[in-house]
Design a protein around this ligand. Structure first.
Ligand code: ZN
Length: 476
């Protein structure tokens, strides 16, 4: 174990398999990536480097762009794993109706701090914090404080499930917060507005919040196509009022008609797929094939650590598998067989990198390894692992073989934030203490009975079918 490279010095990754994720998806074998200052200065073979450059041996490894998560409720990381057996209804009841309002600013801070560290540890260099429990400005300050403390690239998507979007977005202190903390041109901490358009609101009161977003010049991210929660009506209202833009992100975008996909495609917005979430929580089947049919841009996300984690390896794997599982199931129903897969590993790696960058309007900044871009770089390398060789199909290796423990080095904005499998510049002990305080506090608020019931919802009975067969094994 050696210390992380000194800040400010150039860094070169040597002799790796480099996935540039450029327009041609160029792969370079035994190649180098040179980082100088905040940017990638060169990608190629046997690069000459300035004196004092830190050399990182990437041989046997994959050098790829930092991954991008376009939708994660980072504050909920304080409740990591608690809702592993929840449905979406149970999630709504616990967070929206019962306990979400118990979270104090320090609890939002604790969840965000841990989630931000977890992201860069897993090679996720850009994360959208879909922060929908900012019920006071102090909560919002706490969320932003945590994101600024950790050396990753973040976007605060401001939301508040405890009030209507047309209410919180109209508050003078909201505007004051935005103007104080978010100056234009800071690509390390961006800003979005986060709210949903449920069908109950046929007079479209949300239009006031969309108007604020337009006035501030910030994108809107919205959970769309969530079964029986947000529907085609919301998309139609947004479209008819002129609020669908290329920067709008439709999270899940699952349970929608062709008409809604046409409206999204025509206005240039993109979908954020949280496949593990859609599969487990029930927003709708991850709509990969529909998005591709309609030419809608795709990025990936993990949604919430109440169930899942900030691990885009899992997101890529789940997304590819869900697409293929559906194809096989539908083919078998037609008494047919799928002989060629449409969706490829290469495509989901693109969604996990450039797809996110395009969705966030950061495609000239990050998402690929090209000279001039900001240096968000991940080295996947684990010399102790039997899974790192042979390295024959790099995209397949990233999607189906590698995992977060194989993330060796992470660079964000030119700074080494993880080195030789260890976080650098993030105080994990501090996050642990903050989380411990939050968990202790929440356990006190809920009491032991509600705490236990929340974690272990009732299991519907499974009836074992009558079996017409009886069979006795007789030995000769
Ligand atoms: Zn969500």
């Amino acid at each position: 174990m050696t210390a992380a490279p000194e800040a400010g010095r150039p860094v070169v990754f040597r002799n790796g398999t480099v996935l540039t994720m450029d327009g041609a998806h160029t792969i370079l074998r035994d190649a180098d990536v040179l980082v100088e200052g905040e940017r990638i200065s060169a990608v190629g073979h046997a690069l000459p480097v300035p004196a004092g450059t830190t050399e990182i041996d990437a041989s046997g490894g994959i050098v790829m762009p930092g991954m991008i998560d376009t939708h994660r409720h980072m504050w909920q990381t304080a409740m990591r794993g608690y809702g592993a057996d929840w449905t979406l209804s149970q999630y709504f009841v616990w967070n929206y109706l019962q306990w979400g309002k118990s979270f104090r600013p320090e609890d939002i801070y604790a969840g965000n701090l841990l989630s931000a560290m977890e992201a860069i540890d897993a090679g996720v260099t850009t994360s959208v914090d879909w922060s929908h429990n900012l019920h006071t400005i102090d909560h919002a300050e706490a969320a932003a404080d945590a994101l600024q403390e950790i050396p990753g690239r973040f976007v605060l998507a401001y939301g508040n499930i405890q009030a209507a979007p047309w209410e919180w977005s109209a508050a003078p202190e909201f505007r004051d917060f935005v103007s104080r903390r978010f100056s234009g041109g800071n690509d390390m901490l961006g800003f979005q507005m986060a709210f949903d358009v449920p069908p109950a609101s046929s007079d479209f009161p949300e239009k006031a919040a969309f108007a604020v977003a337009r006035d501030l010049g910030v994108p809107v991210t919205t959970h769309a196509g969530v079964w029986k929660v947000t529907t085609d009506d919301g998309i139609r209202l947004m479209h008819e009022h002129g609020f669908m833009t290329p920067s709008t992100i439709y999270v899940h975008a699952a349970s929608l008609s062709a008409d809604s996909y046409h409206r999204i495609a025509a206005t240039g917005g993109s979908a954020s797929l949280s496949t593990e979430s859609e599969q487990s929580a029930g927003q709708g089947y991850p709509p990969t094939w529909k998005l591709r049919e309609h030419g809608i841009g795709v990025s990936l996300s993990m949604d919430t650590s109440v169930w899942w984690s900030a691990d885009l390896f899992s997101a890529m794997r789940a997304t590819l598998s869900a697409d293929r599982a559906r194809e096989h199931l539908e083919a078998h129903a037609r008494d047919d067989t799928v002989t060629h897969h449409k969706l490829r590993a290469e495509q989901v790696v693109d969604w996990a990198t450039m797809g996110g960058a395009r969705a966030l309007g950061l495609d000239s900044v990050t998402g690929g390894l090209e000279p001039g871009k900001k240096a968000d770089v991940v080295l996947i390398k684990n010399d102790d692992s039997p899974v790192m060789f042979p390295l024959l199909n790099p995209y397949g290796h990233v999607v189906f073989q590698a995992q977060r423990g194989d993330v060796h080095t992470v660079v964000v904005n030119g700074r080494v934030v993880k080195y030789e499998h260890k976080l650098a510049g993030s105080d994990l002990a501090k996050a642990r203490q903050a989380i411990d305080r939050t968990v202790e506090y929440l356990q006190g608020v809920l009491g032991p009975v509600a705490w236990d019931e929340g974690m272990h919802p009732d299991i519907p009975e499974t009836r074992v079918l009558d079996n017409p067969y009886t069979y006795t094994y007789t030995q000769e």
